[in-house]
Write a protein that binds this ligand. Structure first.
Ligand SMILES: [Zn+2]
Length: 319
């Protein structure tokens, strides 16, 4: 199963370890970064663990395996691998399998320390494609349908999916979720996806521990998702700034399915008159506060290097 994502910065492909597919990708997409699905790997390692390791030790062994996969530095990876070899010293067949089948040839394709250097936007498994495939199979119901029935089922599934995505985009554009209603998030309101807000909120939680310490932060959300990491957020909080919209990767601002089609139109051919009229009408219809917010939003897009400055918080962190 293959998932391909193209961004402005990189191309990333996630597959399971299907060797024919892996070979084809290296020929057809030689410049793409090719990751392996963590979910499939864990399933395979789990199955071998059941085969080789006694039941009462399986949980401990799999926990250590997960620690290896989620290592965020080479030192951490080496340390966990060493622990793993000690723990499984009497199950040499299992250790050999894990090392020969996965870690030695492919660690760069699924262990955090290496995948954290790649702009994969959170796609480290092929689960999303698998679930779309599962949904389609449910809709098709049988493998004996004729072309027309299959066409209708695929069409129906795609229409449903587009509907769900569009309604989620509409919610983002119209509403602000209660938990992100603070001034700190104001530039992102109506402009970035809900998932993006959630990811930034998780980083905000880390600020209490990380503060502005870059080493402690590791900044992987910046590299992998193009989003503000804890140490960036801490700095903006100290200086009383809000999160700038241009600190967010364009992927998270894409709140329309038609976006890519619109991109194909040459900008010089694009007629903005309808938008300008609508903007003027909006300004006339709304009160001065709404007008100011609207103007600030437009400025944020048109002049991305200027950020809205707000008063510093009462307690300035000096650490
Ligand atoms: Zn950071």
């Amino acid at each position: 199963m293959l998932f391909k994502f193209e961004s402005l910065i990189s191309k990333v492909i996630v597959t399971d370890r299907d060797l024919a597919m892996m070979n084809a990708i290296s020929v057809v997409f030689p410049t793409s970064i090719h990751l392996l699905c963590r979910f499939h790997i864990e399933k395979n390692v789990g199955a071998r663990c059941k085969q080789y390791v006694k039941k009462d030790r399986q949980e401990e062994v799999m926990d250590l395996w997960k620690k290896i996969v989620y290592s965020t530095s080479v030192e951490e990876y080496d340390h966990h691998l060493q622990q793993f070899e000690i723990l499984c010293a009497d199950i040499i067949l299992f250790v050999d399998y894990v090392k020969d089948s996965w870690l030695t040839p492919y660690k760069e394709r699924f262990v955090n320390v290496w995948t954290n250097r790649v702009m994969h936007l959170g796609n480290t498994t092929s689960n999303r494609v698998e679930s779309a495939h599962w949904r389609l199979k449910n809709m098709l119901q049988t493998s004996f349908g004729d072309l027309c029935k299959s066409w209708d089922a695929v069409n129906m599934m795609l229409k449903n999916q587009i509907c769900i995505i569009q309604s989620s985009f509409q919610k983002t554009i119209k509403d602000v979720e209660h938990e992100y209603n603070s001034q700190f998030f104001q530039n992102l309101h109506h402009c970035v996806s809900r998932k993006c807000m959630k990811e930034i909120d998780k980083q905000l939680e880390r600020v209490k521990i990380v503060d502005t310490n870059k080493t402690e932060c590791d900044c992987s959300i910046r590299t992998t998702h193009g989003l503000s990491c804890a140490c960036e957020l801490a700095k903006w909080q100290i200086y009383g700034n809000v999160i700038p919209l241009d600190s967010i990767h364009d992927f998270w601002k894409q709140l329309s399915i038609a976006h890519e089609l619109e991109d194909e139109e040459s900008l010089s051919d694009y007629d903005f008159s309808e938008e300008l009229e609508a903007m003027k009408a909006y300004m006339k219809k709304h009160n001065i506060i709404s007008q100011r917010i609207f103007k600030a939003k437009v400025r944020e897009v048109v002049f991305p290097h200027t950020t809205s400055i707000i008063a510093p918080p009462k307690k300035v962190r000096t650490k």
